[in-house]
Design a protein around this ligand. Structure first.
Ligand code: C5P
Length: 307
């Protein structure tokens, strides 16, 4: 299986709900930074993780891919449903790129094939949403609007190909901590300014129109992320990272999801390469890579080719 990372072109976060989650309106965009996930029938569950940040990724039942296999076995009544999962990571962990969700989505699709249980996309999406808010998007990829916890998806009408530079941080950020920090910052501001905590999130119609035009120069200035102030307060150094991208002509510079990865929209593929080199050599991130989007979600690969 090959499964992509995501970035958020818009991430509007509403006031925290009773269940601890936040209502979202987000525009997901899958980019060409892929994990490879190999799933084989086995007599007992096993998991191996190699590659980028492997040491930071749990290689047991805490891993979302393991949970995905178990959840599918249960939902489809697969007795003795065990698999061996190998994850070759290129998507950094705890980076705001939905790497763990990607591995879970790939495992769901793989187990559906291996056990020949014939679950529909809709069935898989339901199981996916129980595993994590971003897992349903990792199944479909492309560009899509997410509502609810981010798990209620509708496709977005986007044209063209977008070229990105992604700047990776030295250590990850906990998504739950970034949301909690967002709540704290909002509460402090509300107290100081006498304003309501947060408005209900709304889709940016300007961004949707710009995405239909396919023109990155129009899309760039409209990228927004309500979690960015929280990520910046936890990692003040990210301000320098964002500034470096702007100095090198990025059309838009934004923290991806809960961070700490920063995403920079480039004019074209060559500019994305230049940006990645400039960001890496300026020392404002651990390393940077170029990627393009949109790309499809979790995909079966046989003999090196998508099938
Ligand atoms: O759904 P997932 O397990 O990926 O979410 C991780 C954490 O991010 C949650 O425990 C919650 O703290 C936060 N979150 C949130 N609102 C969302 C999605 C995630 O508060 N819509």
């Amino acid at each position: 299986m090959r499964v992509p990372a995501k970035i958020n072109l818009q991430l509007a976060v509403g006031p925290v709900r009773g269940d601890g989650y936040h209502p979202l309106v987000t525009v997901f965009h899958a980019v060409s930074l892929f994990d490879e996930v190999t799933v084989r029938p086995a007599t007992e569950m096993a998991l191996a993780v190699t590659g980028e940040d492997a040491a930071a990724v749990p290689a047991d039942r805490l891993n979302l891919a393991w949970r995905a296999a178990r959840a599918l076995a249960q939902a489809a009544n697969v007795r003795d449903g065990a698999v061996g999962i190998e994850i070759r990571k290129r998507i950094p962990a705890a980076a705001g790129l939905a790497g763990g969700s990607a591995d879970a989505a790939a495992t769901l699709v793989a187990c559906n094939e291996i056990w020949q249980v014939g679950l529909s996309q809709r069935d898989l999406a339901e199981i996916a949403a129980d595993i994590g808010s971003d897992v349903p998007f990792s199944l479909v990829g492309g560009t899509a609007v997410g509502r609810g916890r981010g798990d209620e998806l509708t496709p977005a009408l986007a044209s063209g190909e977008y070229h990105w530079a992604l700047a990776f941080g030295r250590t990850g950020l906990s998504t739950a901590n970034v949301y909690a920090t967002c709540d704290r910052l909002r509460a402090a501001r509300a107290k100081a300014m006498g304003q309501p905590l947060a408005a209900e999130p709304e889709l940016s119609t300007e961004l949707m129109t710009a995405l239909r035009s396919g023109d990155p120069a129009r899309v760039g200035p409209l990228l927004t992320n309500d979690l960015q102030p929280a990520a910046l307060s936890l990692r003040p150094g990210l301000r320098r990272t964002l500034a470096a991208g702007r100095e090198h002509g990025a059309l838009g510079s934004i923290v991806s999801g809960s961070g700490p990865t920063c995403a920079f929209l480039a004019r074209d593929a060559a500019h994305a390469s230049d940006l990645a080199v400039a960001l890496t050599s300026s020392g404002v991130c651990r390393t940077a890579a170029r990627a393009s989007g949109p790309v499809p979600g979790a995909m079966v690969v046989r003999n090196g080719r998508p099938s």
